[in-house]
Ligand binder design. Structure first.
Ligand code: BG6
Ligand code: MG
Length: 219
């Protein structure tokens, strides 16, 4: 029986990828090379440090440890310049109603995100109070596809992994959910998220009862 819904943040609750992209592009440009939206696709669900390594590899740039740390700080400062301007209008369609319906049924809600900026993003979009537990990049040692973030979310809400549904837009996140022994709903393209138990384009025109029924049908 489903007792907890665990949501990834970036790409599931809010479309922050465009701001990550602008900040990474600015960093790449400052280092003398370009960075495309297609390049940015490879960074979805990837931690900040691993993302920087991928960006530097694209530009064939090597940075000493101090410069690497400075680049991380610059990118995050530029990203936060955008984040500090967002509001509830950036919540992806259908998400707020879906969350409210989950909570109304007495099902717990948790955030399971790689982002170290999750708290400020949830504050800006006004959803901070909608989660029983928030497990973000500051609270885990191992990045997705390691199941740590989702297992911590289950533990924090007191729910067994088998009674959790994870909503994820990144391949590594889907793998993390499966590694945690949870049900997984991919948010995005079926061809990309083929390992998920069910893939939806988003939260519009669906509800928690429908999702639970669809998962039961494919089990
Ligand atoms: C993930 C995003 O949710 O969080 C990645 O999909 C991002 O693109 C990662 O790199 C870390 O985010 P932050 O906010 O800690 O830099
Ligand atoms: Mg995501």
């Amino acid at each position: 029986m489903i007792k907890c819904c665990i949501f990834d943040l970036d790409g599931v609750i809010v479309d922050t990828a465009k701001y990550h992209y602008l900040a990474w592009k600015r960093l790449a440009n400052s280092l003398g090379f370009d960075f495309s939206e297609a390049d940015n696709e490879h960074l979805k669900g990837v931690s900040r440090v691993e993302s920087l390594k991928l960006v530097l590899r694209l530009g064939s740039v090597a940075l000493e440890p101090l410069a690497f740390e400075a680049a991380l700080a610059d990118k995050n400062a530029w990203y936060l310049d955008y984040i500090h301007q967002i509001g509830p209008e950036e919540i992806l369609p259908g998400v707020a109603d879906f969350l409210a319906a989950v909570r109304a049924q007495g099902i717990k809600t948790a955030l399971g995100s790689a982002s170290k900026n999750a708290q400020v993003i949830l504050e800006r979009i006004g959803l901070l109070e909608q989660f029983d537990a928030i497990i973000d990049g500051n609270k885990v040692a191992n990045a997705k596809p390691d199941p740590e973030v989702f297992l911590n979310a289950a533990r924090a809400t007191g729910v067994a992994p088998a009674d959790c549904i994870v909503f994820e837009d990144a391949v590594a996140g889907v793998q993390a959910a499966l590694n945690a022994g949870m049900q997984c709903v991919g948010i995005g393209e079926p061809a990309v998220l083929r390992q998920a138990h069910l893939v939806l384009p988003g939260f519009q025109n669906t509800g928690i009862d429908q999702v639970i029924a669809q998962l039961a049908a494919v089990a």
